[in-house]
Design a protein around this ligand. Structure first.
Ligand code: SPV
Ligand code: MG
Length: 284
């Protein structure tokens, strides 16, 4: 099965699926090892990895080059976060062509204006005109050569405070334009508005959610409410930030790495993750 067909299957099967943000190929391999279903190539994580804020600063090339490397390190399918689509409809057509050529399973594009701001930032969010965005979605869908290549339309109406009716209106519009699934985003600490969206959506098309702020919502609850795909978008990055800071400050304070040794991975684990033995069989 192609990776595109696998991602489509994850979105359409009755059971809820789970994908995880991986900012680099090694993390993608750990996502696979942990048993998750796929990889989320997150604009927030890719930006943060370059010590940049998630403000639409990454170019299309930077994003897709990183996505190809990440995708190449795992058998899992990847869903690539393409922010607002790097321009007009024709830019998204190029994204689809490049992703398909790289074997990437699908893209997600959001209905904000360029340059988008990360959804959790305080301050205003500016939504794209829904007709303009739907045209972009339609172009992406029409330009794919593999019918399994997935186009997820991300609705930011709840993030922007535009209300539930507007979120539903936009989501229906995007599915009418051909979107394979809708990512409905919320930054509430409880899943209440996501639950209401799902109730009124009546399973018209697969729904993707990102429970970063409403992290107590269980997988079983999400499945019962009608979610198809859960994205753990940034937990791996945040785990890394805390772990690295803790270990580095310990080494700096103590003047040795003795106690740090117990809380870091043995070098052998890195050898295993990078499949060193397999490479050595080639005669290294
Ligand atoms: C990302 O991970 O880049 C996302 C999800 O787009 S969020 O950060 O919640 O906007
Ligand atoms: Mg993003």
């Amino acid at each position: 099965m192609s990776k595109a067909a696998e991602l489509r299957e994850l979105l359409t099967r009755p059971a809820v699926s789970r994908i995880v943000g991986a900012r680099d190929p090694l993390t993608a391999r750990m996502v696979e090892e942990a048993g998750f279903d796929g990889v989320w190539v997150s604009s927030f994580e890719l930006s943060a990895t370059r010590a940049l804020p998630d403000l639409g600063l990454l170019t299309m090339t930077e994003c897709l080059d990183a996505a190809a490397l990440i995708d190449g390190a795992t058998v899992l399918p990847s869903l690539v976060d393409c922010d607002t689509g790097f321009g007009a409809a024709i830019n998204l057509v190029r994204v689809v062509r490049l992703c398909e050529a790289a074997g990437i399973a699908g893209i997600c594009v959001e209905d904000k204006v360029f340059p988008k701001r990360n959804s959790y930032l305080d301050g205003g969010q500016v939504l794209e005109d829904p007709d303009v965005f739907a045209q972009r979605v339609e172009a992406a869908v029409r330009s794919r050569r593999d019918p399994d290549f997935t186009v997820v339309a991300r609705c930011e109406a709840l993030i922007a405070g535009a209300g539930m009716d507007e979120a539903l209106r936009r989501a229906h519009h995007y599915v009418d334009a051909g979107a394979d699934a809708v990512l409905v985003h919320s930054k509430r600490r409880e899943p209440d508005e996501i639950v209401e969206f799902l109730r009124r959506w009546c399973r018209r098309a697969p729904v993707v959610v990102v429970p970063t702020t409403y992290y107590r919502w269980s997988l079983a609850e999400a499945q019962d409410a009608g979610v198809s795909l859960v994205i753990y978008a940034n937990q791996a990055l945040r785990a890394c930030v805390l772990a690295v800071r803790t270990v580095l400050s310990e080494i700096h304070l103590r003047g040795d790495a003795a106690t740090a040794e117990d809380s870091i991975a043995p070098v052998k684990e890195v050898f295993a993750l990078t499949r060193t033995a397999e490479w050595e069989e080639w005669g290294a």
